[in-house]
Structures are given as C-alpha cells and as structure tokens.
Design a protein around this ligand. Structure first.
Ligand code: NAD
Length: 434
C-alpha cells in the first residue's frame, strides 16, 4: 500500500520505517528541510537503536523516501499518518497547531478518498476537530482513524514491530479495516488490535502515560519516606513487586521522570480536566515529580553547603533515559542548572546525548569524550541516567580521578555496602545515605 507519514520525529520516522519494512511504499514528510536532506543522505537525525540500519535498507530498496512536499505525498498515498509534535501550550494544554496545519494541508492536497490516521498524542475530541478542519478545506470524502502510539524511546523499533496492543478509534468500518491490515504483520503472535470509538482511543494514550507517571511518582514519594524513617526503598520495592496486583515494572525510584511525553501529557491531562473534574491525583503526581528532580541537589548541598563556587561536578548521563539522545524535559537539565546557579562547574558525559546537551548548555559546561574524562578535578560524581555502561565502572579508577571520593547516584545503580567498602561517600535514593 502507498502510505505517507507526516512528521519524521521519533514516532513518525519509526512508524514510517517499520511500515516500509513490512512491504509498504512509504513517503515520510516533514517541514524541517535540514532533517529531510539528512535522511535523504542516509543519516538518521535521532538516536534510536536499530533504526538507522533499517532506514538505509528500506530507502535503498526504494520502499522509503523523504520529502518536504506534502502535496505530492498525499496525491500518491491512500493512507496518511499524522505524527507531528503536540508540544505543551502556554496553559499546559497540548498545542494542536501542527496537527491542524497538517490536516488542512492534507485536505487541500486530496484528489479523492483518503484515510487520515492520527498517531500524535492529541487531546480527547481532536479526531472530531480534524474532521471539521478538513471539511472546511475539501469536498472529497475522507475518514479519520485515531491510532495513538505507545512506543518507548530507546526501544521504539522493537515496540513498533511487536506492540503489546494496537489501538484504533473511529467509526468508518472500511477505514478501520484498512488500518488494521497495515498492523497485521506486527501482531502475528496474537497481541490484540483493539477497535473502539475515537475519544476512547485518544484517552487511552493519556491514561497509559498517566498510570506510568503515577507509578514513578508513587515510588519516589515512598523513597523519601524511606529516607526519613530509615527504611531501604530497594527492599520495599522487592517486597511490593512480588504482589501480582502491583508487579515489578516502573517502580524504580530515581530523579523524577522526564522526556518528551510524560511531563507534557500529564500537564495536558490536568488541563483537560480544568473545568471538571479537577485532576487531583495527577496534580500531585506532577508536584512529586518536580520535587524529586531536586533531590540530588538537596543531597549535594547537604554535603558541600549551599555555595558550590569553586567546585566542579562530574555528571554521567544527560538523556532522560538510556538508549536515547532525547533530553526534552530531562531531570539532568534541572540538576545541572541548579549546580551552575550555586556557582559550580560541570563536566558532563552521555553516550548519545552530547549533541543535544550542547544545544541546551552551549559553553556553560564542559563536555567529556568518555565517562572517565569527566572525572578529573571533580569534587563528586553525579549519576543521572542508568546507561548500562555506568552500571559496573572501574571504581578504583573513579576514586583516583575524583578530587573527593563522593558519588551521588540518582538511579540506585550501586550497592551501598560494596561502594562504601571501597572508600566512597555514597548517596542514593531512598536508602541510608551513611
Ligand atoms: N517520542 C515518543 O516517545 C512518543 C511516543 C508516543 C507518542 N508520541 C507523540 O507523537 C507525536 C510526535 O512525537 P515525536 O517525539 O515524534 O516528536 P518530534 O518532535 O520528534 O517530531 C515531530 C516532527 O514533526 C515535524 N512537523 C511539525 N509540524 C509539521 C508539519 N506541519 N508538517 C510536517 N512536519 C511537521 C517536526 O519538524 C518534527 O520533525 C507527539 O504528539 C508525541 O506526544 C511520542
């Protein structure tokens, strides 16, 4: 089938490439000319495991192409996916301007029936609005299908190829059937394609992210209580995770959630409930998260004092989570800004996010080429992202390179007893700080 995917970011590029991988002819469209020319040259502008190789192969086999020409892409495609960004608006609401512009652009380019599939995370009721926006522009028939995306950055290709479930919303049976067929190659092991009304589909995406963010804020709040009461959140986590009603996933304490989705989607949901009902729980989830982003700074200033002038800190991990270069709303930004504000210098390393970090901090911090190169002269090491390569480092070397053997571990990667035996002062989340 001929498909177009509008928006070639984390979601659109992965979706377009995976649809090409299953044999469709896919045109990926973006307004960002630089991104499109990079992709045309075989370069992938984001880091996502397995993606670059798949993009190159499908492009070489001429099933995947890139363009800024929406009109041409719409003319040759029967199904058009909208995967443009829905950033946070001024009141916390999701800004659907890009979705609106895309819907109108598609409508103006249409020369017959088309199926429009919304992959962007959009406020409940947006499918109806898309219908209206497009009707204002075209008299050609079309159907709108809501298809929220549940992939995780860092495992996006894998998630897309083997989704836990696919959710489709809409009321046009023919269109729903056509989109269902596109997903059949990815659900061969029996994972379900759920078909529902568009509002429920749109809500499902927000509800899923709200649940996940709630779990993170829950364990982070418990971790604070553990610290004040002398309990160990690691032990508590193990104990509650074995309860099948709770389970082991997404209850790891840390420095708060970040990324391009949870923060903005939680705020969008709070905004959706502005009139009624007040999102009491999600407001608390957000508040806990804001507080948690400051936990390492609380520990740093408790150790070194509020004035950090003259001190340098090594930071390992800038991306909001491992296996991505995405730094949108990353806790590392809050932590580094607070260090700089207190007068400290920062030497940072991340395996993939250095390019993104340079866009944010420019020359306000130092960038190391390897993790150990961030350490010389530093008063302490802060670990902010749980990249695998930070899990079993050479502690003897770390101790030699740091000015003081102090580690602030925002991800509980190390065993407190082992690391203290090596002579470190060790601070982590929800465990005895020694
Ligand atoms: N990143 C994730 O993990 C993830 C997961 C699920 C859902 N989502 C949702 O998917 C959507 C896209 O997210 P993303 O992370 O891929 O965003 P992104 O910022 O990485 O990519 C969006 C792309 O859309 C392009 N764009 C904007 N307006 C356009 C227009 N009018 N025409 C063509 N292209 C246009 C931008 O140039 C950009 O390349 C958002 O609604 C997001 O909430 C994201």
């Amino acid at each position: 089938m001929n498909l177009a995917v509008v928006g070639t970011g984390y979601v659109g590029l992965v979706a377009g490439t995976c649809f090409a991988e299953s044999g469709n002819d896919v045109t990926c469209v973006d307004i960002d000319e630089q991104k499109i020319s990079m992709l045309k040259g075989g370069k992938v502008p984001i880091y996502e495991p397995g993606l670059e190789e798949m993009v190159r192969r499908n492009a070489a086999e001429q099933r995947l192409s890139f363009t800024t020409d929406l009109d041409g892409a719409v003319k040759k495609s029967s199904v058009i996916f909208i995967a443009v960004g829905t950033p946070q608006g001024p009141n916390g609401d999701a800004n659907t301007d890009h979705v609106r512009a895309t819907a109108k652009g598609i409508a103006n380019a249409m020369d017959g029936f088309r199926i429009i599939v919304t992959k962007s995370t959009v406020p409940v009721g947006t499918a109806d609005r898309i219908q209206q926006w497009m009707t204002e522009e075209t008299s050609h028939p079309f159907a709108v299908v809501s298809n929220p995306e549940f992939l995780k950055e860092g495992a996006a290709v894998e998630d897309f190829m083997k989704p836990d479930r696919v959710v489709l919303g809409g009321d046009n049976t023919e269109a729903l059937e056509a989109v269902k067929e596109l997903y059949e190659p990815f659900v061969r092991t029996g994972n379900p394609i759920l078909v529902m009304d568009s509002r429920s589909a749109e809500m499902s995406k927000y509800a899923a992210n709200a649940m996940l963010a709630t779990k993170i804020s829950f364990i982070n709040e418990i971790s604070r209580l553990c610290e004040t009461k002398g309990a160990d959140v690691g032990e508590v986590r193990r104990a509650i995770a074995l309860d099948r009603r709770i389970g082991p996933h997404f209850i790891f304490p840390g420095v708060g959630y970040g990324g391009s989705c949870f923060p903005k989607d939680i705020r969008a949901m709070i905004s959706m409930g502005e009139d009624e009902p007040e999102m009491v729980l999600l407001k608390a989830v957000e508040k806990v998260n804001q507080r948690q982003k400051g936990i390492l700074i609380e520990k740093v200033t408790r150790h070194f004092g509020a004035d950090l002038a003259g001190l340098t800190f090594a930071v390992w991990g800038l991306a909001f989570k491992p296996r991505t270069d995405d730094m949108r709303d990353a806790p590392s930004i809050t932590v580094i800004e607070a260090l700089l504000k207190a007068g400290a210098k920062v030497q940072a390393f991340d395996p993939e996010a250095m390019g993104e970090a340079k866009k944010i901090f420019a020359d306000r911090i130092q960038y190391a080429n390897r993790n150990y190169e961030a350490l010389p002269g530093a008063a302490a090491l802060l670990v902010l992202t749980e990249w695998n390569e930070f899990r079993r480092p050479d502690f003897v070397r770390i101790k030699q390179l740091l000015e003081h053997p102090v580690i602030f571990d925002g991800r509980n990667l190390y065993d407190p007893t082992d690391i203290r035996r090596l002579g470190f002062q060790y601070y982590s989340i929800g465990r005895n700080d020694g």
